[in-house]
Design a binder for this molecule. Structure first.
Ligand code: ADP
Ligand code: MG
Length: 676
C-alpha cells in the first residue's frame, strides 16, 4: 500500500465508510495517517478515585461492590447503576439505555473505568464509562475525532491496518542535520508513535517533530509566495491627493485610518505589487481605508475589486462603498452567485470594458468569466475566511494588481509577522470617537431567567438580540450542552413567548443563511438564535444585546469577535456571557473579557493564558495544512521554523536537495480550502 492509495482499499473500509471518512477530509491512506488522535487514554496509570479531577476524562481503578438492576427514570430512559470503589472512595457508575456493560461486570472484581468524574465531593459519579478488566487492559489508546458512524476505536484499527500494510517506511522530508540539531524523531517513527505510543513521552516527541515539520512547510510556502510576488511587476499609480475624499466624509478619519491610507498609497506607487494586511478590530473602520485605496486606483484610471466571504456582506459593502464613492463618478457593480443570466452578462461586460470602476462580490469574482479591463487593486475582506490560495487567485486577475487583505482577527503584531510572512501589515489601533463601549457581563445559568427578562425589555423597546450557543457535533452529546434546536425550543421560546425568533446554524445552505440574516437585518426577527456561524462583519445596528451560552467553550478572541456584532448603532449595548464552569482560570478569562474591549490586549491575553477549549482555533487564520501546530501557542517553534526556512531557501532556493519537502510545500496551497 502507498500513501496515495484511496482509503476504500484499506482493510476494513468499504465505500460507505470511505464516504464517512471523506467528511473528515480523509481520502487516502496518507490522509488517514494525518488524522491525529485528539487525546489518549493511559490505562497503565489509573488514578485513585478521590484524586480524580472533576469533569476531565481519566482512568480510575475500582472494585465492583454491588449492582442495582435497571430502573426507569424521568423521560423514559432506562438507567443501570453500579456501585464501585477503592480503599478511599466510592464511585457510582451510571449507564442510560445500555444495560449490557453493567450486566457484564462481576461483583468483587476490579476494573479500570475511563470517563469523567462528576457528581459531588461526597458522592462521586461517572456516566457511561469505558470499562476494561484490570489484566489485559490496552496500553495507551488513542482517541480520534469522531464523526457519525466512525467511532474512535474503529478509526484506530484502520490506522493500524495502514501502518501494517505500508510497503515501505514513510519517507523523511527533513534534512538529517535538522533532526539531529533539534533531537527530533524520524518521520516514520513519529507517525507511528503519535498513533500508538509506548508512553506519553513518545507522544510529546512525536508531536514536537510533526509540529515543527508543519510549521517549516508553512513558512517555506509563505516565503516562496513572497519572493514570487516580488518578481512580478504591478501597475504603478501616480500620487493621489486624498483630501477631496476625506473631506467628503461625514466624519474625520482617525489618525490610524490616515496612517493606513498613507501606507497603502505609498505601496501602490511602487512597481512591485502591494501585499498588505490591514488589521483592525471590529468597528475600527476598515471599510473607509479600503475606499481610499479604491479612490486612488480610480483617480489613476484603474479598476478595483473587493471580495467578501458571503453574499450579504458583499451587498452591504457594495451599498456602503457606493454611497461613499459615487459622488466622484465611481460606478460600483455587484457580482454574486445567484444572479440572473442577463443581469450577469451585463455586469461582466461592464467589468470587461471598464464601465464598472469597482466590483464588489463574493468568490464569484474569482470565476474565469470575470475579466477586468485594467485592475489596479484587489481587496479581500475578513480574509481568515478565505484560503491563501483564493487570495492568490484574486491577485492573478488582471496584471498582478496591488493586493490588500483586511482582517478583524486581532493577532499580536509579533505573531502576525510570522503568520502572514508574505504580507506587510497596517494596524488600525484606534476606534472612531464617540463609541459607547459594549458592557460585558458574565453570569451563571441561575440568572438565565432574569437575563431573559432583560432581553424581553430590550425587545419591547424595539431592539434586537443575538443568542449564541455552541455548535454541537452529532457525536459529541455532552449532557449539559443544548444543541441549537433544543435550546431554541426548550429555553428561548418559552422565555420569550411573543417574539419573532430566527434560527441559524451550520447545516443551512449559504443561501438559507443569507436569507435568515437578511430577515434579521430588516427587523423582521427580534431574536437570532445561532451557532457561531453568525456572519462576521454583518452590520445590524439595531441589535444591541449578544448572549453567548457556554462561553467557556470559546477563546477570548472568538468571544470578542462575536461581541463585535453589537454596539454598531447608537445607545447602549450589552454582551452577556453565560457559563457554569467552575474552573478558576475560566472565570479569570471571562472576567478579563468583561474588563476590556481592546482586541489586541485580548489576543495577547489569549496567547499568554490560553485556557482549554479555544473553539475556532486553527480555522481562524485561513492558512492551510496545519493539523497539529497551533499558531497561538507554538510560537517558539514557529520562530525557529521561520529562521530555518529562510536559511534553507538561501542555500537552495528551489529546494532541489529536499524533494519530498519541496513537494509538501507545493501541495500546501493546493489543498481544498473551500469556504463554508
Ligand atoms: P470594520 O473595521 O469592522 O469593518 P467599518 O468599516 O464597518 O468597521 O466601520 C464601522 C462603523 O464606523 C461604520 O458605521 C463607519 O461608518 C464608522 N466609521 C468609520 N470610520 C469612522 C470615523 N473616522 N469616525 C466616525 N465613524 C467612523
Ligand atoms: Mg468590516
Amino acid at each position: 500500500m502507498e500513501l496515495s492509495t484511496p482509503i476504500q482499499f484499506v482493510k476494513g473500509i468499504g465505500p460507505k465508510t470511505a464516504e464517512r471518512f471523506a467528511k473528515l477530509e480523509v481520502f487516502t491512506a496518507g490522509d488517514l495517517l494525518q488524522l491525529y488522535p485528539r487525546n489518549y487514554v493511559d490505562y497503565s496509570n489509573p488514578c485513585g478515585i478521590s484524586d480524580a479531577p472533576f469533569d476531565i476524562a481519566c482512568v480510575v481503578r475500582g472494585e465492583v461492590y454491588s449492582k442495582s438492576g435497571e430502573t426507569r427514570v424521568k423521560g423514559g430512559k432506562r438507567m443501570a447503576k453500579v456501585l464501585a470503589g477503592d480503599e478511599n472512595c466510592m464511585l457510582e457508575l451510571v449507564w442510560f439505555n445500555n444495560p449490557y456493560t453493567a450486566e457484564k461486570l462481576e461483583v468483587g472484581q476490579e476494573y479500570l473505568f475511563f470517563g469523567k468524574v462528576g457528581g459531588t465531593f461526597t458522592k462521586r459519579q461517572m456516566i457511561a464509562p469505558v470499562v476494561h478488566p484490570v489484566t489485559g487492559a490496552p496500553p495507551i489508546t488513542p482517541i480520534y475525532p469522531q464523526t457519525e458512524g466512525l467511532n474512535s476505536a474503529f478509526i484506530g484499527r484502520c490506522v493500524s491496518n495502514v501502518l501494517e500494510q505500508l510497503s515501505e517506511k514513510l519517507p523523511e522530508p527533513l534534512p538529517e542535520e535538522m533532526l539531529v540539531r533539534y533531537r527530533l524523531p524520524h518521520k516514520d517513527a513519529a507517525v507511528r508513535a503519535i498513533h500508538f505510543p509506548a508512553s506519553l513521552d513518545h507522544v510529546l516527541a512525536a508531536r514536537r517533530r510533526l509540529i515543527y515539520e508543519e510549521l517549516l512547510v508553512l513558512q517555506l510556502g509563505l516565503l516562496l509566495l513572497k519572493t514570487r510576488d516580488k518578481q512580478t511587476s504591478a501597475p504603478i499609480l501616480e500620487q493621489v491627493d486624498l483630501h477631496p475624499f476625506f473631506d467628503s466624509l461625514p466624519f474625520r478619519p482617525t489618525g490610524a485610518q490616515q496612517r493606513a491610507c498613507g501606507e497603502i498609497l505609498q505601496d501602490m506607487q511602487k512597481p512591485i505589487p502591494m501585499n498588505r494586511l490591514l488589521q483592525g478590530d471590529v468597528g475600527s473602520g476598515k471599510t473607509l481605508v479600503a475606499a481610499a485605496a479604491i479612490y486612488a486606483a480610480f483617480q489613476n484610471g484603474r479598476q478595483a475589486v473587493l471580495m467578501a466571504p458571503t453574499e450579504i456582506l458583499a451587498r452591504q459593502h457594495a451599498a456602503t462603498l457606493q454611497t461613499m464613492l459615487e459622488k466622484f463618478g465611481i460606478q460600483t457593480a455587484l457580482l454574486v452567485g445567484g444572479m440572473r443570466a442577463a443581469q450577469k452578462r451585463e455586469t461582466l461586460s461592464a467589468i470587461a470594458d471598464g464601465k464598472a470602476h469597482l466590483v464588489v462580490g463574493t468568490h464569484a469574482v474569482l470565476s474565469g468569466g470575470v475579466q477586468f479591463s485594467d485592475l489596479g487593486v484587489a481587496i479581500t475582506d475578513e480574509q481568515h475566511r478565505f484560503g491563501v490560495r483564493q487570495r492568490q487567485t484574486l491577485a492573478q486577475k488582471g496584471k498582478t494588481p496591488h493586493l490588500l487583505v483586511m482582517s478583524a482577527t486581532p493577532i499580536p503584531r509579533t505573531l502576525a509577522l510570522l503568520i502572514y510572512g508574505e504580507l506587510d501589515i497596517s494596524v488600525l489601533d484606534e476606534l472612531p470617537p464617540g463609541r459607547t463601549p459594549i458592557k460585558t457581563f458574565a453570569i451563571t445559568s441561575k440568572k438565565r431567567a432574569d437575563m431573559f427578562g432583560f432581553l424581553q425589555e430590550q425587545i419591547d423597546n424595539g431592539r434586537q438580540v443575538y443568542l449564541v450557543c455552541p455548535l454541537i457535533e452529532e457525536s459529541e452529546k455532552v449532557a449539559e450542552l443544548k444543541s441549537v434546536k433544543t435550546y431554541l425550543e426548550q429555553i428561548v421560546q418559552p422565555l420569550l413567548p411573543h417574539c419573532r425568533i430566527g434560527l441559524m446554524h451550520g447545516k443551512l445552505k449559504p443561501k438559507e443563511k443569507d436569507a435568515v440574516m437578511q430577515e434579521f437585518k430588516e427587523g423582521l426577527l427580534d431574536v437570532l438564535v445561532s451557532t457561531t456561524v453568525i456572519e462576521v462583519g454583518v452590520d445590524v445596528p439595531n441589535a444591541n444585546v449578544m448572549v453567548i451560552e457556554n462561553a467557556e467553550r470559546y477563546g477570548l478572541s472568538a468571544l470578542h469577535q462575536l461581541r463585535g456584532r453589537v454596539g454598531r448603532g447608537g445607545g447602549e449595548s450589552w454582551c452577556i456571557l453565560v457559563s457554569d464552569h467552575k474552573g478558576e482560570s475560566v472565570k479569570q478569562r471571562l472576567r478579563f473579557l468583561c474588563s476590556t474591549t481592546d482586541g489586541f490586549k485580548i489576543a495577547q491575553f489569549d496567547l499568554e493564558n490560553r485556557g482549554p477549549g479555544d473553539f475556532f482555533g486553527k480555522r481562524q487564520h485561513g492558512l492551510p495544512g496545519l493539523k497539529l501546530a497551533d499558531l497561538m501557542t507554538d510560537t517558539r517553534t514557529l520562530k525557529a521554523a521561520q529562521q530555518d526556512a529562510l536559511q534553507l531557501l538561501h542555500t537552495d532556493p528551489r529546494l532541489d536537495s529536499l524533494p519530498i519537502l519541496a513537494e509538501q510545500v507545493q501541495t500546501l496551497f493546493e489543498q481544498n480550502t473551500a469556504m463554508n
